[in-house]
Design a protein around this ligand. Sequence first.
Ligand code: NAP
Length: 319
Amino acid sequence: MSNKIPIAGDQILRVGPVNPAVAHVLDDEFNARVLPLAEQRQKFLNEVGDQIRIAVCSGKIGVDSELMQALPNLEAIINFGVGYDATDVAQAQERGIPMSNTPDVLTDCVADTALGLYLNTLRRLSDAERFVRAGSWAAGENFKLTTRASGRKVGILGLGRIGQAIASRLLGFGCEIHYHSRAPKNSSGFAYHASAVELAEATDVLIVAAAGGPETAGLVDAEVLKAVGPDGFIINIARGSVIDEPALIKALQRGVIAGAGLDVFAHEPHIPAGLLELDNVVLLPHLGSGTVETRADMASLTLANLRSYLADRTLVTPI
Ligand code: NAP
């Protein structure tokens, strides 16, 4: 199908429950198709799969390998969110299908969430609130002493947009910033380490901000956790897949590391019982970018990418 031929609304496919503002425009303005639930999916794809030219998806439910194969005339993928590891990027690249995401507009809110988790985890704020609500303070008990958060050595695993925004916030707390990415970013002025293990060994707290996907799956493994050490902490606002979750649970249970603050998990929204029962862990429901303002900006950028592709086959923020 030539991509010069105008694209009709019913050649756009909504994959999964995308942001309500985006869904509203797809439904009302474009009358786009919606990918049905599993039971009716095959019939739908057999009937109209070859008509779909644009897929609009999210970082949570992307265009996976099987779905992409069922869309032989797919021309573009518009992703709500900066992370696109739920989409089969390798197949998209092989087929020359361009993809957009929503970078930058969410960086500040996700970095704010990382700082919230950092302070909460080291100072055990959620644990302290549970202590107050349980009446323990009123009953005369003192809450346990916690760990100083200012002036620490912090390792950022993945010094990208969000990693750098976390680092600049931590400078305000007098922290010394170290990092590991695949390539050094000399202009950052921070200390580079050649591996995740070396980064963990050199720092008190490891903050995971690297992209998800096959390349980073299990990057934080038992060896890295050992290097974090019994007085060290891990914060993850990137993707659950970057940490070996069973190894993390064991490390927390056995005191291999002191604590963890997690916004993301391996099989969301499932959180293993091993994590739920621990007090030295702060657990959030993947809310990194979840503010009214940022979600509105992400919706605008998603729709700007869609409209741009429809108008002249370009994307505003291609990956
Ligand atoms: P970005 O600018 O692309 O940064 C990603 C970083 O990961 C880059 O610095 C990259 O550095 C590093 N990286 C990639 N592969 C690596 C590897 N194998 N080893 C070490 N580092 C690696 O993306 P961003 O905008 O900062 O977003 C980062 C991630 O945050 C997203 O991919 C997404 O998964 C996650 N996120 C989470 C939330 C939330 O709600 N919790 C919200 C938004 C985003 P090099 O290229 O130099 O290796």
